[in-house]
Design a protein around this ligand. Structure first.
Ligand code: NDP
Ligand code: ZN
Length: 186
C-alpha cells in the first residue's frame, strides 16, 4: 500500500468528518452526516463498482467531500489549497447552486448531469445509490416521508443517474436493481 495514498484518503475522511461535525442525516436516529459521504466513497471503491480494484484517489476524495461546499462553511479556496484543483473541480460539479429554488435545483441536476465529467458522474451515481439505500429502509429514511414522496425521489434519481451510469456499469446495475424492484420497506 502506498503510504502517501493512505495518508491522502484518511486525512480527507478526517476533513469531511470535521466539516460535517455539526450535521446529522435526516432519519429518526439522526446519524452523523459524515456517514453518507464515507458511504459514497466506499461504494466507489467496492467490488460492485467498475472502478474496483483501482479507483482513482481523486474520485474517492471528491466523494468524501461532495457535500462540503453545499452544506458546510468550507470555502472553494480552502478546498483548492488543501486538496488541489482536480478534487475541488469534481466537488464543484457535484454541488447544487444554492441560489436556485429547490425545484430548480432538482431540474438542474437532470439537465446538467449528462454534461458532467466522468469523475463527477461516478460520484453522482454513488451519491444517489447511497441515498436510495437509506430511503429503502424505514429506519434509514427521513421521518414522515410519504410513499408518494419516496416514489418521486426514485423517479427523479433515475432521471439523473440514467445519463451517468455508462461510466460505471457496476454501480449502474446496482441502481437498476433498485429501480426495477420498485419496492421499499414501509
Ligand atoms: P430532498 O427530496 O432533496 O431530500 C433528499 C435529500 O436529503 C437527499 O438527496 C440527500 O441529499 C439528503 N438526505 C439526508 N438524509 C437522508 C436520508 N436519511 N435518506 C435520504 N436522503 C437524505 O428534500 P428537500 O427537503 O430538499 O425537498 C426538495 C424537493 O422534494 C422539493 O422540491 C419537492 O419537489 C419535493 N417534495 C415532495 C414532497 C411530497 O410529499 N411529495 C413534500 C416536500 C417536498 P445529500 O446527498 O445532499 O445529503
Ligand atoms: Zn450526497
Amino acid at each position: 500500500t502506498d503510504p502517501s495514498l493512505t495518508f491522502q484518503l484518511l486525512s480527507t475522511a478526517h476533513f469531511a468528518a470535521v466539516a460535517h461535525s455539526q450535521q446529522r442525516r435526516k432519519s429518526p436516529s439522526s446519524p452523523a452526516y459524515v456517514q453518507h459521504p464515507l458511504h459514497v466513497a466506499a461504494l466507489l471503491a467496492s467490488p460492485a463498482s467498475s472502478l474496483h480494484p483501482n479507483p482513482p484517489v481523486e474520485v474517492l476524495q471528491a466523494a468524501m467531500l461532495h457535500d462540503v461546499i453545499e452544506d458546510t462553511e468550507t470555502t472553494v479556496q480552502e478546498l483548492r489549497e488543501r486538496f488541489g484543483d482536480v478534487v475541488t473541480n469534481i466537488v464543484l460539479e457535484c454541488s447544487d447552486d444554492k441560489s436556485l429554488s429547490k425545484e430548480a435545483r432538482k431540474q438542474a441536476q437532470i439537465d446538467h448531469s449528462p454534461h458532467k465529467s466522468d469523475e463527477a458522474k461516478h460520484v453522482k451515481l454513488a451519491d444517489k445509490l447511497s441515498n436510495l439505500t437509506d430511503l429503502m429502509s424505514a429506519k434509514g429514511r427521513p421521518a414522515g416521508w410519504s410513499v408518494q414522496r419516496i416514489q418521486e425521489y426514485f423517479v427523479w434519481s433515475k432521471r439523473v443517474t440514467d445519463s451517468c451510469k455508462h461510466v460505471n456499469p457496476g454501480l449502474g446495475e446496482k441502481l437498476d436493481e433498485i429501480y426495477r424492484s420498485g419496492t421499499f420497506e414501509l
